[in-house]
Design a binder for this molecule. Sequence first.
Ligand code: SF4
Length: 98
Amino acid sequence: MTKPVHAIPDPAVFTPVSIDEQLCIGCNLCLLVCQADLFLPNPIKGGAPIVMYGGECWYEGSCVDYCPVPGAITLNGQLFNRVRWKEADDGGAGRSEP
Ligand code: SF4
């Protein structure tokens, strides 16, 4: 007898990768090469993998490197690297909003 398993991606964690479900062919190569095991296979055959454990991402990018479909998966920069720097009025470095 098999028991159903229910899993919900952690909504409190920033999503380190975005998958374009229109482009993704569901080959699961990203899932196989991910060294941090972020993904779960989609229960629907051919569907995009589910980013389940976003907080575990190492940002090393193998998912993007191995994806055979350009643009299907995007590695999002870490939040602390998303700020834009600009010169402040006094000539020093200031920080603007991301
Ligand atoms: S490697 Fe690319 S096309 Fe294949 S499942 Fe992952 S995102 Fe989709």
